[in-house]
Design a binder for this molecule. Sequence first.
Ligand code: MG
Length: 379
Amino acid sequence: MSQLRVAIAGSTGSIGRQTLEVIKAHDDDYVVTALAVGSAVDLVVEQAKYFKPLVVVVADEHARRQVAEQLPDVCVVDDLVSIVDVADVVMNGVVGFAGLPVTLETLRQGKRLGLANKESLIAAGPIVQPLRSVSGATLVPVDSEHCAIHQCLRSSLDHSEVARLILTASGGPFRGRTPESLRAVSVTDALAHPTWKMGPKITVDSSTLMNKGLEVIEAHELFNIDFDNIEVVVHPQSIVHSMVEFTDGSTIAQLSQPDMRLPIGYALAYPHRIATPFGRIDWTQLSTLEFETPDTTTFPCLSIAYEAGRRGGTAPACISAANEIAVDAFLLGRIMWSDIAMVVEHALHHHKTWQPTTIDDVLAADADGRRLAQEALVA
Ligand code: MG
């Protein structure tokens, strides 16, 4: 049997490293043909020596020269989208807006895309959507919630039978806290996620519920469901990864351990399933599954994201960009945790929304979100 060729954008990040773990466990079925990173020299060299890809992309010029010296037999280049040429499946685990070109090129070439880069779909939905109808192009979400919904929807043949999508949220490290008690939380507090092991940006987003807000927009884009029919429920155990309610009142849920290797394996094997469970649910240990309403007073980012989603056009691109700036500033100790929502809200309320039709439109909206966020930071 021939192996499926896999390219990984963002191979040294959390999703990238876990994708390599899954492939390592299934090296009869998959071969890594390309790795792409920003500037992590040592780790990408180590990965390349083990997986022997044809192509390694390094964005940073200085880092690229160092990688090229250490990998004389590998084609080391700067062009991120070149990874698509040598792959059957592309895993896009790039953090932030920089992941957009990989998303576009993979779909354009009619290949399968494992999409963990939520910003590209949120910011550039109107640009990405038409490419999904390219022959062979398949978008499989690598996000536990959207992967869950993707699985639940396979139980229905007719899209009009879907009544509601219910996204679950762990609630993050600050669930149950009051706004006052969160005034002075530290970066370390925000990075202490109770159930998921993820990169720093998404972990902070999880603590503000912005992650869930962006996921609501992503669900709207992926599954074409109105914002009025997408709900969020807090589920601290992170075992139910999301649910779909159908018109007859039946709800189908997807349950598994909170381990990103499951959605990664799902995207690699789709429409089949890989043979490694990466942690089964032990029903003798699992006694409680709790659900509660999200607290949008303490976590206003969720409402801000709904507002941006309903406004549509360039508004999601604007808040996604503003949020990147705000989270960076928080991680650098420049602003407090509670300022993140304030910065993003400032950007949304001062952004003049229009309907993007080109990548330049999306770039302009992204730039405007960053500019407005910077404006709020210095204010
Ligand atoms: Mg998620």
